[in-house]
Ligand binder design. Structure first.
Ligand SMILES: CSC[C@H]1O[C@H](OP(=O)(O)O)[C@H](O)[C@@H]1O
Length: 340
């Protein structure tokens, strides 16, 4: 996957990062601009909090775990430009980041982890914040690798696997969640085909998932979202694995719009439907998925006739009874789910 590189700052401090993914440079957050993929691989180096917030809002950096990591790293980068009233100003920076998108709980989890760590420190606040932000990134990568190990046994030789949106390396610190078991199975030499839903309206599936998997040599077929039923009916799909942006205590899982429809189709066709996510995506404070805040995005993303109204929810919630298992870094959880 992506190669780890390290930057030595002027003060001799080592900052870890990934040359082609999320990284913390001295005073800057470095990301791939995912709005440009797959045509261009463009890196952005952002040192201003408004730029970082805007990058999250326009999905230059996207995917629940990646949003959490980017928020933590972005907070650390922006904090390096704070000259006085450090703790108060960092809280304000964190509030700005928290307002960027409402559904991925990883964003709020990562920011609160950084702030509560700072509140426990009585000195070296900036260094402690840098250290905590880098720990969040490194742990996310390890969690995704573990998800891959726990999920890979589900993938048998010759399977057709459907996925929706992008829950790959681009959506995390590295390796991905839904795609991580596919990478592990591919590395083990198993042959299978991934059917990647285009995922309207922003096409994360055709632009990002297909690109990632193809780059890694995994056999991938792009389909339009409205073809999922037909490929299932034709017997091409043996398994569905998707990511998630927030999972409630009872296992109801929010994910990219269209996921719920895939789950209903999978149920109808007797195909097992799995969700893969790190525990930083679990929200035990919510009893069920009806309490998950769903982001409504700009009408312009859908494209409609002039003057015609548009409804553009970015996520939907799959009820736990449609989910055969939830794969986290701790293992494969079976229903009934109780993450509370
Ligand atoms: C690994 S979680 C990825 C998750 O996030 C995506 O949403 P967005 O592209 O709007 O950030 C989508 O729901 C993916 O499944």
């Amino acid at each position: 996957m992506l190669e780890t590189v390290r930057w030595i700052t002027a003060e001799g401090k080592v900052l870890a990062g990934f040359e082609e993914g999320l990284a913390l440079l001295p005073g800057k957050l470095r990301i791939i601009d995912q709005t440009k993929l797959p045509k261009e691989l463009v890196y952005l180096e952002l040192d201003d909090i408004d730029e970082i917030v805007a990058a999250i809002q326009r999905l230059s950096v996207r995917g629940a775990p990646a949003i959490g990591c980017a928020a933590a790293l972005g907070l650390a980068a922006a904090a390096q430009h704070v000259d006085a009233d450090f703790e108060a100003k960092v809280e304000i920076l964190a509030d700005q980041l928290a307002a960027s998108r409402p559904t991925a709980v990883n964003l709020f989890w990562a920011l609160e982890r950084c702030l509560s760590h700072l509140r426990r420190c009585d000195k070296n606040h900036l260094q402690e914040l840098l250290r905590e932000a880098l720990a969040i990134l490194e742990e996310d990568i390890q969690m995704c690798q573990s998800i891959g190990k726990h999920g890979a046994p589900l993938i048998e030789e010759g399977m057709g696997i459907l996925t929706h949106c992008n829950a790959g390396a681009l959506a995390t610190g590295d390796f991905g969640t839904a795609l991580s078991p596919m990478y592990v199975a591919h590395e083990a030499g198993r042959k299978f085909t991934v059917y990647s839903d285009e995922t309207r309206p922003l096409n994360q599936g055709s632009r990002l998932t297909a690109w990632e998997l193809h780059q890694s040599g995994v056999d991938v077929v792009t389909i339009c979202d409205n073809m999922a039923a037909q490929v299932m009916k034709e017997g091409k799909i043996d398994l569905v694995i998707v990511g998630s942006d927030r999972i409630a205590a009872n296992g109801d899982a929010a994910n990219k719009i269209g996921t719920y429809g895939v789950a209903v189709l999978a149920k109808h066709h007797g195909i097992p439907f799995y969700v893969a996510a790190p525990t930083s995506t679990l929200d035990a404070s919510l009893a069920h998925g009806g309490l998950i805040p769903i982001e409504i995005r700009d009408a312009a993303e859908v494209g409609a006739a002039e003057g015609v109204r548009v409804y553009n929810p970015a996520f939907d919630v799959t009820p736990s009874e449609l989910i055969a298992g939830i794969i986290t870094e701790n293992g494969l959880h079976k229903p009934p789910y109780n993450f509370g």
